[in-house]
Design a protein around this ligand. Structure first.
Ligand SMILES: Nc1ncnc2c1ncn2[C@@H]1O[C@H](COP(=O)(O)OP(=O)(O)OP(=O)(O)O)[C@@H](O)[C@H]1O
Ligand SMILES: Nc1ccn([C@@H]2O[C@H](COP(=O)(O)O)[C@@H](O)[C@H]2O)c(=O)n1
Ligand SMILES: [Mg+2]
Length: 205
């Protein structure tokens, strides 16, 4: 149950500000993998919009079938649904630092999140990786995802280029994008990520 006495961004008036980093990049660029590392080192809570939507399907929610169909087609679920899930997860976490992975995925996601929560991201961590490498990774992922097949992967790439890259460009024009070469091995990618997160270094491991 969401605490209605709090502000929309989950804080009480005068409470410490919420820090949000959006983590974007093509399907299979390694967002989830690197977020797990960031959580361990920098004390952020990782919220993957895709994971929250998949959990919503499993929960038997009334939106489950709609979400399942959209994910199979690589389409973007209406912002209202995804933002409610993100807000609930933020409030329930008790944390004030969030990695929001795979969101905002299009202009509608971006504008709606800004309007509803009034939160501006600290920065956008953007993983850059060639499509051939991302496709290879997704086809080898073996997590039983309905959308990790060649047909859906191609649709996801198209949506990424047409709908998600403009969001990255929006934040780039505000000087907020931190670009990472994600085609390198996991450890090397994390070295580059660590350099960006060093200001958040509370208890480095
Ligand atoms: N730098 C890397 N080099 C090689 N394989 C990687 C690398 N990073 C992640 N992987 C592997 O690639 C697959 C996809 O990674 P991950 O799930 O982190 O990507 P993602 O960006 O979250 O994808 P999606 O958008 O589909 O959720 C996983 O099997 C992961 O182990
Ligand atoms: N903001 C979002 C994020 C994801 N989706 C849907 O989930 C699929 C999987 O997302 P991953 O980040 O886990 O790859 C994605 O292809 C979309 O169908 C969404 O609608 N909105
Ligand atoms: Mg992921």
């Amino acid at each position: 149950m969401v605490d209605a006495s709090k502000d929309v961004d989950g804080s009480f008036p005068g409470e410490k500000k919420i820090t949000v980093v959006f983590v974007l990049g093509g399907p299979g660029s390694g967002k989830g993998t690197q977020c797990a590392n960031i959580v361990k080192h920098f004390g952020f809570t990782h919220l993957s919009a895709g994971d929250l939507l998949r959990a919503e399907i499993k929960s038997g929610s009334e939106n489950g079938t709609m979400i399942q169909n959209m994910i199979k087609e690589g389409k973007i679920v209406p912002s209202e649904v995804t933002i409610k899930l993100l807000q609930k997860a933020m409030l329930e976490s008790g944390n004030d630092k969030f990695l929001i992975d795979g969101f905002p995925r299009n202009e509608e996601n971006r504008a709606a999140f800004e309007n509803v929560t009034k939160i501006e991201p600290e920065f956008v961590l953007f993983f850059v990786c060639p499509e051939e490498e991302m496709e290879r990774r997704l086809l080898n992922r073996n997590q039983g995802r309905d959308d990790d097949n060649t047909e859906t992967i191609r649709k996801r790439f198209k949506v990424f280029v047409e709908s998600s890259l403009p969001v990255v460009e929006h934040y780039d024009s505000k000087g907020k994008v931190r670009k990472i070469d994600a085609a390198k091995p996991v450890d090397e990618v994390f070295e580059a990520v660590k350099a960006i997160f060093s200001p958040f270094n509370v208890e480095a491991v």
